[in-house]
Design a protein around this ligand. Structure first.
Ligand SMILES: [Fe+2]
Ligand SMILES: [Fe+2]
Length: 178
C-alpha cells in the first residue's frame, strides 16, 4: 500500500460520493415513465456508487469508529447500520423489482432517494463528526487510501462486478483529483 499523505481525507471522499448519489436521484426524479433506458442507466449508476461505499463503511469504517466511540457514538453507529440494512434489504429491492416504465418505479425511487439523503445527512452530521474527533488527519488519510485500494481489490470487485467497480473507482479518482 502506498504511503498516504494527510492531504487525503476519507470524509471528503465519502461526502462527495453522497453528493454524486444525491445528484443521480435528482435526475431519476426528473424522468418520465417513458424514460425507460435513462431510468435503468441511472439506477445502475446508483448501485455502482452505493454498494462499494456502503459495504466499506459497514466492514471497515463503522467498526473502526465503534471501537473508539463512547456509548452515544456506538448508538450512532448502530443507527447507521440499521439504515443501511433498511435501504439495501427493503427499499432498493423494491425499486429493482418495479417496472421502469411505471409510476410505481417513480414512487419507489423517490423513497429510495429520500432514505438515502436522510442517512447521508445524518452520517455527515454525526458519524463524520465522531470520526473527526476520534482519528488524526493521518489516520483519515490512511482510510482514504485503504478505501481506494479496497474498491480496486478482489473483495471490492466481488461486491458489485468489475464493470461497476471500475466506474466507482474512476469517479473516486476524479473526486480526489479535484
Ligand atoms: Fe452510510
Ligand atoms: Fe456514507
Amino acid at each position: 500500500m502506498a504511503t498516504a499523505t494527510p492531504k487525503r481525507d476519507i470524509l471528503k471522499t465519502l461526502r462527495s460520493e453522497h453528493d454524486e448519489l444525491r445528484a443521480l436521484f435528482e435526475q431519476i426524479n426528473a424522468t418520465t415513465d417513458r424514460a425507460v433506458k435513462t431510468r435503468a442507466e441511472l439506477l445502475r449508476k446508483v448501485e455502482a456508487g452505493l454498494l462499494p461505499h456502503a459495504n466499506w463503511e459497514e466492514e471497515v469504517f463503522y467498526p473502526a469508529i465503534g471501537e473508539r466511540a463512547d456509548r452515544d457514538g456506538k448508538k450512532a453507529i448502530a443507527e447507521a447500520y440499521l439504515e443501511h440494512h433498511a435501504i439495501e434489504s427493503v427499499v432498493m429491492p423494491e425499486v429493482k423489482a418495479s417496472d421502469t416504465a411505471s409510476p410505481e418505479f417513480a414512487g419507489a425511487a423517490k423513497v429510495f432517494g429520500e432514505q438515502l439523503d436522510h442517512h447521508a445527512t445524518e452520517e455527515e452530521g454525526t458519524v463524520f463528526k465522531l470520526a473527526r474527533a476520534l482519528f488524526s488527519a493521518e489516520e483519515l488519510a490512511q482510510f482514504d487510501q485503504q478505501y481506494q485500494d479496497w474498491k480496486a481489490s478482489a473483495a471490492g470487485l466481488a461486491r458489485v462486478g468489475a464493470e461497476k467497480v471500475k466506474g466507482a473507482v474512476k469517479s473516486t479518482a476524479r473526486t480526489l483529483a479535484q
